[in-house]
Design a protein around this ligand. Structure first.
Ligand SMILES: NC(=O)c1ccc[n+]([C@@H]2O[C@H](COP(=O)([O-])OP(=O)(O)OC[C@H]3O[C@@H](n4cnc5c(N)ncnc54)[C@H](OP(=O)(O)O)[C@@H]3O)[C@@H](O)[C@H]2O)c1
Length: 240
């Protein structure tokens, strides 16, 4: 279960991932990186937590996904919409997937600022799920704005992605508030967690935020490289 990789290698970990589908027939995974003290950001950004290998694996997980879902605050702070490297596209084509995963933003009540348009480097317009579409005046120019009926209705988002967009594989990339919503709604089947070998202290967000949670997780695999850990967990559903 524990594997090490030689320095500089780009291993094929997470190739041919098989994830058991959960809610709405969608297989949902989450992928985030934390410091040793559990923080998801350094000075408000995630860069500096994971290594180049972590980024390589992030792209592999994106290559698995039909859709990448992020929270509005992550979309505003991170350059999320980066196209996949060319070498990952043939694998997608062989599985009948589009060349690039679609990006979707859970915006809730939070407005996406106009600067976000500059971040869109993909051919397909991102989806913005908003409880107040009128509060997203800028997004209509560069995204498809989908009204959702009530705040934090992740089930409605997943249903839309499944029935209207043909999404069968969903990757949630955070941040902590969105991840916590997704965990509370029992949408996350597996959690991919990178643990970067760094302690940063301070008051940055930790992996989960907001509401209380109690979700035991079972370790599926862990890889180590240069003191960095790449863990894969199955998230247990609460007993009925
Ligand atoms: N290390 C990592 O891997 C990593 C990954 C991603 C982000 N980050 C860091 O995390 C920070 C941002 O995270 P955050 O927790 O503040 O914000 P976030 O989770 O990115 O975004 C919160 C947004 O998600 C919306 N939302 C949450 N649950 C929802 C639901 N069920 N339905 C619809 N919308 C929903 C919220 O809506 P409302 O406005 O209605 O509440 C809010 O607009 C940044 O510092 C970023 O750098 C780190």
């Amino acid at each position: 279960m524990i594997a090490h990789t030689p320095d500089g290698a780009n291993p094929a970990w997470y190739d041919d991932l098989i994830v058991r589908p959960g809610v709405a027939g969608i297989a949902t995974i989450a992928n985030l990186a934390v410091t040793l003290d559990g923080r998801v950001a350094i000075d408000g950004r995630s860069s500096g937590i994971g290594s180049r290998l972590d980024r390589h694996l992030m792209f592999r997980l994106r290559a698995w996904a039909d859709c990448v879902l992020v929270g509005a605050k992550t979309w505003r702070t991170e350059p999320v919409a980066t196209p996949l490297p060319a070498e990952l596209i043939p694998g997608r084509r062989s599985r009948g997937q589009a060349d690039q995963p679609r990006f979707a933003i859970a915006a809730g009540r939070t407005a996406i600022d106009v600067g976000s348009a500059a971040r869109v480097t993909l051919s397909e317009r991102p989806l913005v799920f908003a409880t107040r579409p009128s509060g997203q005046p800028d997004a209509a120019d560069w995204a498809e704005v989908i009204p959702i009926e009530r705040r934090h209705s992740l089930a409605a988002i997943v249903r839309h992605l499944s029935t209207r967009c043909g999404v069968g594989r969903l990757l949630v990339e955070g941040g902590p508030h969105l991840l916590t919503s997704a965990l509370r709604a029992d949408l996350v089947d597996e959690l991919f967690l990178t643990i970067g070998p760094r302690l940063i202290g301070g008051s940055q967000l930790t992996l989960t935020a907001g509401a209380r949670l109690n979700r035991p997780c079972d370790l599926i695999s862990v890889y180590a490289h240069d003191s960095e850990l790449f863990c894969r967990y199955r998230v247990r559903r609460p007993s009925p």
